[in-house]
Design a protein around this ligand. Structure first.
Ligand code: C2E
Ligand code: MG
Ligand code: MG
Ligand code: MG
Length: 283
């Protein structure tokens, strides 16, 4: 009897596992063909100064549209692209596209705004990462001070010596660095202090706690305080309400990003949005 049930559960488990693997293989194959047939594109989400309301930058976010018009969210395909190594080529493409976009917008009269690009751990660890970064700068002629890389806490904390070297290399190119989703990982504060970084990005989870409730938002206010002490800029992601924006401003947060200001937009919608806000000096 015991044998039977054990066998039964084994069969059940392997069937589940098989379908999971099949699903991953299928998704990976369609990601390959999406790359080949250029069904990946980039959307841009503005970042604003919480005090003046001025546009300070934008984050490039990748999108994948299927032939049938449905979207595969990055949270689903980025891990797969990482596991298969495809993220190196995809990430390089995102970087170049984003740089071109900013150069194009600046050519139209957009001032000193920043382009933030997410960089995966796999990309960051690639031996040619700094070279690729440098050639993207040279090829697109973006001003390095307008480029920012977003990495997560785990990237920054793991294998500290190697990471430190790469982070310094990025900084030497004149590019700035933000720690994305800050507060969700396990940063050691003493390590954080030694990192050559420019900005902390408060994770959306801690922003959503901020509302009418005066008791919420402990973590957001701690991150802002930490930024003040370490002389790092702080930006909040996922701001959805005017109350959240106001609380963050009162707490001394510098910048914000979220649906309250704008959703991520295609290149042409972004241009419209910037035009409507009078962000272009010469138009
Ligand atoms: P992330 O870098 O933390 O990006 C913020 C996510 O929050 C984005 O999701 C954005 O669309 C979403 N968001 C922004 N404002 C709001 C808001 O007010 N409310 C809510 N509910 N969500 C908001 P998205 O575009 O689905 O991207 C998810 C994650 O996928 C990103 O998180 C990032 O880790 C990764 N990702 C996206 N594009 C790239 C890329 O080009 N390269 C790499 N390596 N990762 C990327
Ligand atoms: Mg990000
Ligand atoms: Mg984030
Ligand atoms: Mg996030």
């Amino acid at each position: 009897r015991a044998k039977k049930s054990r066998r039964g559960s084994f069969v059940f488990f392997s069937a589940e596992m098989g379908s999971d693997i099949r699903e991953r293989v299928r998704l990976l194959q369609s990601l390959r063909s999406a790359v080949e047939s250029e069904r990946l594109f980039i959307v841009y989400q503005p970042q604003v100064d919480l005090v003046s309301g001025a546009v300070t930058g934008m984050e490039a976010l990748i999108r994948w549209r299927n032939e049938d018009g449905t979207f595969v969210p990055p949270d689903r395909f980025i891990p797969l692209a990482e596991a298969s190594g495809m993220i190196v080529a995809i990430g390089d493409w995102v970087l170049r596209m984003a740089c071109h976009e900013l150069v194009r917008l600046q050519g139209m009269g957009l001032g000193e705004v920043r382009m933030s690009v997410n960089v995966s751990q796999i990309q960051f660890r690639h031996p040619e990462f700094l070279e690729k970064l440098n050639s993207a700068l040279l090829d697109t002629r973006i001003s390095p001070s307008c480029l920012e890389l977003e990495i997560t806490e785990s990237v920054a904390m793991e294998d500290a010596e190697f990471m430190l070297e790469t982070l310094h290399g990025v900084r030497q190119l004149g590019i700035s660095i933000a720690i994305d989703d800050f507060g969700t990982g396990y940063s050691s504060l003493s390590q954080l202090r030694q990192l050559p970084i420019d900005r902390l990005k408060i994770d959306r989870a801690f922003v959503s706690e901020l509302g009418g409730d005066v008791l919420g938002g402990h973590i957001a206010s701690m991150v802002i305080e930490l930024g003040r002490n370490l002389q790092l800029k702080v930006i909040a992601e996922g701001i959805e309400t005017p109350e959240q924006a106001a609380r963050l401003k009162d707490l001394g947060c510098h910048e914000g990003q979220g649906y309250f200001y704008a959703k991520p937009m295609t290149s042409s919608l972004l241009k419209e949005w910037l035009l409507a806000r009078g962000a272009f000096a010469s138009i």
